[in-house]
Design a binder for this molecule. Sequence first.
Ligand code: P6P
Length: 338
Amino acid sequence: MQPKRFMTLQRHILEGEKRHPEATGELSAILSNLILAVKVISLEVNKAGLIDILGYTGKENVHGEQVKKLDIFAHQTIIRAMDHGGHLCVMASEEEEDIIHIPKHHDIGKYVLLFDPLDGSSNIDANVSIGSIFSIYKRISSGGGPGTIEDALQKGAKQVVAGYVVYGSSTIFVYTAGDGTHAFTLDPAVGEFLLSHENIRTPERGSIYSTNEGNYKYWHRGFKEYIKFLQDADDRGAKPYSARYIGSMVADIHRNLLYGGIFIYPSDKRNPNGKLRLMYECNPMAFIVEQAGGKATTGKQRILDIIPNNLHQRVPIYIGSKEDVELVEQYLQKYEGQ
Ligand code: P6P
């Protein structure tokens, strides 16, 4: 069997940029800084159980959620790694209510970075996989000055790069620049992310569903009927789907991307817009999954087509294998309003 190409993440990004004549190497520079940040975060996540970095800061983030020290560490690490590169005009993070301005003289870059520094952070103390998610756009405001909220509020279809990092049994960096979705595994011995899955193709249909069934009593009828269908083997002649839910979006979607299946955080009677944020969770995940042949909708609309109205807006998300997403949409439509 042919040995896998010894392809580092940086080389893969550079080779990808060469295919775009307008590329100026700035994207490679941005991603190189981001790679450094996630390597530092990975180190802290992996030793979090050993040093007193766990536990609550006692502060709350913009969503009223208790913030663990690692959230702040990851947030600050990404900002420190990114804000002097000269390639960004503005940033935005789950941990900051407003846009994050770039220091003067470094803020005339052509790109915008949105990120969730540490997704799934409620799992940190239990050593369950958590992750970072990022999304990169080209600025739309005129150059030569700081970026604006309009630069940060673009629809997901305008992303130029999206990616996530899973801090799990190994650290995996998954990204797309619009030419397929690719995964790289960190080799701690050499400190490099090495290509492990090139051009991932998620199965057209899976046999896994991921959702928080503790919210059953709030579900609308269409979603209840859909989940019941997946659990009932008889009328399909196949065995029931398996329920797999880690409670960490990055880890759940990563598993389903490779194995096939569907991740759902639905609209329900308590939260009509679900829980997950459009700009730095759903949009980047949707770009990545679509580039792997999957689908991502709100149950009615393609995630990447949503025109955003605020940095932290939430949307329902049904994301994964194409046929699974299309089937749940049929159930939602059939029982609309119930
Ligand atoms: P629930 C983690 O807090 C997160 O933002 C996602 O990573 C995860 O998929 C979801 O929330 C879990 O939410 O309500 O099921 O605990």
